[in-house]
Design a protein around this ligand. Structure first.
Ligand code: NI
Length: 181
């Protein structure tokens, strides 16, 4: 079932989400299926449960190979890509002090893009729907999408991470920026 996506201004996007108490409960499995269907229908790279009005610590995302920097060598690409992933009760650690800027969009902030600096190299962990532990390192778009989605669980939208609001723009104007991917 395709779910309604909350837009910036709805209070559910500004609250701290609660841990998922029982990842294998049928209602959680149903929520996961509906979130994946909703994300794909909306053509998004990720979706967090609060975006569908459920304040729980659960995200879905994907970082396909075509979103990775085409200049990467094959052995470097590993950290930059991720299959469709469901992550329950996720935690993120920045692995060094390096940050990287990139354009972000959000299904809850339709039509806009913003330039956001974030840690470039992270480790994250969380549970898969079958209860198995997922633990990965990530860089590039993969690191960015995970951080963006986990921010939703702490009531943060990407404009709140920006330090230069002149780079909060309409999608149609991104051609004016040389850095546009
Ligand atoms: Ni978002």
């Amino acid at each position: 079932m395709i779910l309604k996506i909350a837009r910036m201004g709805h209070p559910v996007l500004n609250q701290i989400a609660a841990p998922v108490p029982n990842p294998q409960a049928p209602e959680i499995q149903r929520l996961i299926n509906d979130m994946i269907e909703t994300m794909i229908d909306a053509n998004g790279a990720g979706l967090a449960a609060p975006q569908v009005h459920v304040p729980l610590r659960l995200v879905v995302f994907q970082a396909p190979g075509e979103r990775a920097d085409p200049g990467l060598a094959e052995d470097e690409r590993f950290d930059h890509t991720a299959p469709l992933t469901v992550l329950i009760n996720p935690e993120i650690t920045a692995l060094d002090g390096e940050t990287e800027g990139g354009w972000e969009g959000c299904l809850s902030v339709p039509g806009l893009r913003g330039w956001v600096e974030r840690p470039a190299h992270i480790r994250y962990r969380g549970l898969a729907p079958d209860g198995q532990l997922i633990e990965r390192t990530a860089r590039g778009f993969h690191a960015r999408v995970v951080q963006h989605e986990v921010d939703h669980l702490d009531g943060r939208l990407y404009p709140g991470r920006m330090d230069d609001l002149s780079k909060l723009i309409f999608e149609s104007e991104i051609r004016h920026f040389a850095t546009a991917g």
